[in-house]
Design a protein around this ligand. Structure first.
Ligand code: ZN
Length: 382
């Protein structure tokens, strides 16, 4: 299993300058590599790949123009450019909106990596981080790192530096827990569980909105390129980071709770992107279901459970009591599911969560030993 451990760094002023310098060198290399690819194609109709570019690194470094810590850090930047172009070509091929790779401005480039752990970076005996070209940086080791460290990424978020260690954990997953649950993510509450529990939506974004508006106005008022504007941008970034952290904290707590209690977790396979573009955009992004489900998936995996995504088609319409489809479809405004056939009256989203659980059990059926109801028929209600 691949996991990332993130720790706050406390560089002194000189070290912070060195980190910023390395970050800006990485950004210059990124932009230069991007430009070379673009010019080669526009001017001569040739495409440059990663190896073409990596072969030039020695020459560039010999002229003293590239001051990143070491070769592998430079190669990592070029790999990032390569990845960006691959994704671009894939989108072109798939006929999606392609979006040519961007040149990265200061505010769009906030991390660089040491892709080979031990090469230019290591942790000292007293839990500090030694970085080539920067020195020994104080690090808040708020929890121990487990597993084999593979790479290190230095990241600057709203003026604070973080060390992100990507590690490989090899362990035998524990035996799965006996209970199963279905989860419906909705708009009126953050999530509904098939056992009837409704998890309320904290709506951090909305609460933070007032602070964001003020910070955003401050930025807009200040003159482009001025020091005052830079400061205002920093405050705006801070306001965003605060909301982001609150949301992430909430997701971790809820997903931990679920993963610690259930061996099979069924969720809808949502095309969040599709939803997020529509008129429901704000609350959808606010709830951040995609991020939540990702956290839930790996936690369930860690506890030895199964994470099942099911087709959400009709899960909000079908009655979880008798399996009938209503004659008149429920609209978004109907908050209660009340079935004329079997008399079941239950919250609309809880009804959907129960249907999702039923589908999840039918998908996982053969491997699931709970003895719970495993419907034999199809995996989709449509
Ligand atoms: Zn019914």
């Amino acid at each position: 299993m691949r996991r990332t451990f993130k720790y706050r760094l406390y560089p002194n002023r000189e070290q912070a300058e060195a980190l910023e310098y390395q970050l800006s060198e990485a950004r210059s290399l990124y932009n230069a590599a991007l430009q070379e690819r673009r010019d080669a194609w526009r001017g001569h109709g040739v495409s440059r790949n990663y190896y073409d570019q990596a072969n030039q690194l020695k020459e560039i470094r010999d002229t003293g123009h590239l001051d990143l810590a070491n070769y592998s850090a430079c190669q990592d930047v070029l790999r990032r450019v390569d990845k960006t172009f691959r994704a671009f070509f894939r989108r072109v091929k798939a006929g999606e909106k392609a979006g040519y790779p961007r040149f990265k401005g200061r505010d769009r480039f906030n991390s660089y990596s040491f892709p080979a752990w031990g090469d230019g970076c290591h942790i000292t005996d007293n839990d500090r981080l030694r970085l080539q070209g920067v020195g020994i940086i104080k690090l808040k080791m708020h929890r121990p790192i487990t597993g084999d460290i593979k790479t290190l990424t230095l990241k600057c978020e709203a003026g604070k530096w973080y060390a992100c260690f990507s590690v490989v954990i090899s362990m035998d997953p524990p035996a799965p827990l006996p209970d199963a649950i279905g989860i419906d993510v909705g708009l009126s509450s953050f999530a509904a569980l098939s056992d009837g529990e409704l998890i309320e939506n904290p709506r951090h974004y909305r609460h933070g909105q007032a602070a964001l508006r003020i910070a955003q106005r401050r930025v807009a008022r200040r003159k482009k390129g001025s020091g005052g504007r830079r400061k205002a941008v920093r405050l705006l970034q801070k306001a965003h980071a605060h909301i982001r952290n609150q949301r992430s904290d909430f997701h971790h707590k809820v997903s931990r709770q679920i993963a610690n209690n259930y061996g099979l977790v069924a969720v809808e396979d949502l095309n969040v992107r599709g939803l997020a573009r529509g008129m429901l955009a704000k609350p959808v992004n606010d709830a951040g279901w995609g991020m939540f489900l990702a956290k839930l998936a790996y936690k369930v995996e860690e506890t030895g459970g199964q994470f099942v995504q099911v087709n959400p088609c009709n899960t909000s319409q079908v009655c979880s009591g008798c399996g009938c489809l209503p004659d008149v479809p429920k609209t978004l405004a109907d908050r209660v599911h009340s079935c004329p056939h079997c008399g079941l009256v239950v919250d609309r989203d809880v009804n959907a969560a129960r249907n999702i659980l039923t589908l999840g059990l039918s998908v996982a059926g053969p491997t699931w030993h709970n003895g719970a109801c495993v419907p034999a028929e199809a995996v989709c209600f449509s």
